[in-house]
Ligand binder design. Structure first.
Ligand code: GUN
Length: 292
């Protein structure tokens, strides 16, 4: 079998065109969507991600900026910056790129972002949305993966979804979104005993591990849908220096029914969801302004 490749680049392009039109309409009403990304330190991967996020937002007609801080920045300095952005009515969305340098209390900085500007969906109030409680924003990467399943018409309800990875950014929210969509969900992680026995039960397998080619063909049920959230750059081996997912694409695509590639899969959809959340934040600001 040869899996159908789910083209995240093409899907994201269509979504971005729609968000560009909505941004134009908002700008015409005097509310150009505004996103500010806060970045601290010199993490090369973070710099690339932030550059891509800002570029996509600028291309969609947003007022998109970044504020940069050195590696030795303090928690107090970042809290002050978040406070400044919370109070700036032109800034609708705030994103603090993670990871932050080790001396910074990242939890405190994330918690300080006003929930209605938290386009990453990392604030506790927004995480409540994953439990069906209050919350406006869903974290972008799992939201992007769910949108891929939806657009591709992959059945979720009643199916067994297995998520490998339990991070707050991807694994846990992804599992909760799949649960909300009616899947039976298993979360696996580094302590899981006999991981391949678990993953072979998956109708939908989500890999969010952070290890290149971690998911091999023998771990996948024939016909399953495999969503690869990994972004790795191996330092050695045949793929040294190349952007590589968590899934051994060449082998797994012979077994799976659907597969997302890296690059060109979940990554572009993550950025599309950031645009969607920033538009939503702008609309929330508009509604608030109308009420006062
Ligand atoms: N670092 C890796 N992924 C993300 C993300 O989606 N948002 C933020 N803020 N930082 C990240």
């Amino acid at each position: 079998m040869s899996a159908k490749i789910i083209d995240g680049t093409a899907m994201a392009k269509r979504l971005r065109a729609a968000y560009t039109a909505r941004a134009e309409a908002l700008a015409a009403q005097g509310h150009r969507p505004g996103l500010t990304v806060v970045i601290a330190g010199d993490n090369p991967a973070s710099r690339v991600y932030v550059r891509n996020k800002i570029k996509a937002c600028t291309e969609a007609g947003f007022d998109s900026r970044d504020t940069e801080f050195p590696e030795d920045v303090s928690t107090a300095t970042l809290l002050a910056e978040v406070e400044r952005l919370n109070n700036d009515s032109k800034v609708h969305g705030i994103l603090v790129q993670l990871p932050l340098p080790p001396q910074v209390d990242a939890e405190a900085v994330t918690a300080a972002i006003a929930p209605h500007k938290d386009v990453d969906g990392f604030h506790a109030i927004n995480l409540g949305g994953l439990f069906g409680l209050a919350g406006d924003f869903v974290p972008c990467t799992p939201a992007g993966a769910m949108e891929m399943l939806r657009q591709e018409g992959i059945p979720i309800e009643g199916r067994h979804a297995v998520v490998i990875g339990r991070s707050n950014i991807v694994g846990k929210p992804m599992a909760l979104l799949l649960l909300q969509a009616g899947a039976t969900v298993t979360i696996c992680h580094s302590k899981t005993v006999d991981l391949p026995a678990m993953t072979r039960q998956a109708d939908i397998l989500v890999a969010a591990v952070g290890k290149a080619d971690f998911v091999t063909a023998d771990m996948v049920k024939p016909g399953a849908c495999v969503i690869d959230v990994g972004i790795n750059r191996p330092e050695s081996g045949p793929k040294a220096g190349k952007l590589t997912g968590d899934v051994d694409f060449a082998a797994v695509s012979q077994v799976a029914g659907w597969i997302t590639p890296v690059p060109g899969g979940v990554g572009p959809m993550t950025i599309a969801m950031l645009l969607a959340n920033t538009i939503k934040a702008t609309e929330i600001a508009l509604q608030k302004a109308a009420k006062t």
